[in-house]
Every structure is written in structure tokens, then in C-alpha cells.
Design a protein. Sequence first.
Length: 368
Amino acid sequence: GAAGGAPRLGPRPARRPPAAHRGEGPRLWPAARPLPVPAAPRDRGAHVTAAPAMAAAWARLVLLLGLAARGPAPTGAVKMKVVEEPNTFGLNNPFLPQTSRLQPKRDPSPVSGPRHLSSLSGQCFSLVESTYKYELCPFHNATQHEQTFRWNAYSGILGIWHEWEIANSTFTGMWMRDGDSCHARSRQSKVELTCGKSNRLAQVSEPSTCVYTLTLETPLVCHPHSLLVYPALPRALQQRWDQVEQDLSDELITPQGHRKLLRALFEDAGFLRAHEDGKAAQEGGRKGPGFESLERCSQAHEELSREVRRLTGVLAQHGIPYLRSAGVGLTRGHPPAVRTPRSEPGGLSTPADGSREQHTPGARGAVS
């Protein structure tokens, strides 16, 4: 106990350790308040992005309020339909299928010429120049299509496969004829074959009105002998050609006769069309004589009747009877049928009365 003090009756209370030993920080007086944390900066982009969305929402709200104020639509109102498809009026509209708008005058000629070129049949090659698209289908036809949105855009046939062009025993071109009408005639095209790395329509030109030239490049004609006519002929026609050349060498035929024989040979091979066929096709398929009107036909009939009467008088002057059969008449340049009961060699005829009569040579030739 401490001197002079009262005695202690219990144990001494435990001494409290310093704050540093109790795990507490230094105590401040008065207690410090936490500093305010600065706010994050505002995102101006988000505000800008949200502005249009808010404006659109307000616009929808105003529209709905306006429709609600107007009330239900009247009974007679008609709904409008917005058509987004292109206009397809007109026969030559580019949106219509081209094959449905073109009407050929005839069928193409059969495939002919060098055998290795037959692989071009069934293929088509196109070329766009300016506002026109040209399409060539060898051994079929050539067409032209105007690339425009006008209601009457032009589409037409420039020619249908007709025949080859042959010069110096070589195929020099393919002729497409009987195309669409053009100033009282038919359009036609010549296809020139030239060597190229691939099959393509390289060029189109119009050297004269309604006559076109198309240049087709193909590797099939790069060989120097690829367009010769003689190898494309069957064996029988090759032998026939050999004989024609031999006759020309022996001077049995003239150069003009030689050309005619070769043309007939090429026609038999199918390389060329007969002159009559080509002329009839160029005239629109008309065959045989024809008259523009009934009056013209009557005039021609009257002229023929006068000619028959004249010939009848000539025969009567020479004392030559004639036989007029049913359906057979007299025409210019043809002798009448002479009634001869029986004929004998030497131009003698025995009349019914038994007397002999020698016909004058050339009597029939006097009839003109």
C-alpha cells in the first residue's frame, strides 16, 4: 500500500496499453471528415445520341395524338398501293424477255461448212457498244437491243443464218439475211471470222444502211487451212470438183462455165443457197408471178389472149393445124401441139388421105 493512504482491498486494475498497441490509428481531435470525391465527367456523345431518339419519340407521340383527334377513317376511303416494280408497258421494253418480242421471218438454214466450226452452234456472244447490245448466235441469227428505259426501245433481228460467202475456194464469211424490215428491204449481216484467243464478238459496224458487219474472234480459225472449202466436202463432191478442174484444164469448159459448175457444187453441199431461194427470201418469201391488183391481172390476161389469137393466125397461114387440149393453151415461145396422125423418119408424115407431105424445116420456128 502507499504510505499514508488507505490499504488497497483488491488487485490493481490492468493498465490500458497505448493506442498504438491496440491496433488503432492515431486519434485526431476533432475527427476528420472524408473529402468529397469529384464526379465523373459527363459524356457529351451520349447526350447527342439520345437527342434524336428523344425527338423521334416525341414525333411518334404527336402523330398518334393527331390520328386520335381525326377519328376513324371514312367508309369510302381507298388505300393507296405503292408500286416499286419497273414499268413494263410496250413490246420493246428491256425488262421483257427478248425472245418473246422478236418474230423471225423464217427458220435458219442447216449448219454447214467446216466441221470444227459446228461447235459454235448453240452458243451466243454479245457486245455492248454505246446504247446498243448486239448478240450473235452462229448458225442461228444476229440481234440488236437498245439499252434504254424508253417505252419503245428498239429490239430487232439483224439477220437469220442463210449461207456462206466463198471466194478463192475459201470460206470468207457467214451471211445472215432476212432480218427485220428496213426501208422496204430486209436487214442483213455478214459475220467475219478472225483468229483470237477466245470466242468473242469483237466488233460491230454498219458500213451501209441496214447492212451490218460483225467480227467474231475464235481460235478455231487460227490454222491457215481452217477455212478451206475442199476439205469440208464429202468424198463424192471432192471427186466431182477434181473433174471440173480437169475439164477446165483441158479447155472443155470456159471460165464462166467453171464458175457455174462450182456454184452448183457448193449448193449441193449446202454451203450456198440457190439463187431462186435467196431472191424469194429477199422479196419476203413471195414465190412465182403475182399481181398487185385485180386490174393488173385482167390486163395481163387480155395481153395473153391477144398473143394466142396472133399465134393462131400464124399457124393458119402456114396450114398447120393445132390440138387444143383441156387445160393446155398456147404461150409465148412454146410451139403448139401439131396434129400428126402418124410420123415417119425423116420428118415425113402420112395424112389421113394417104398423100405424103414434107414439112418445111423451121416452120415451127417461125412462130414467135
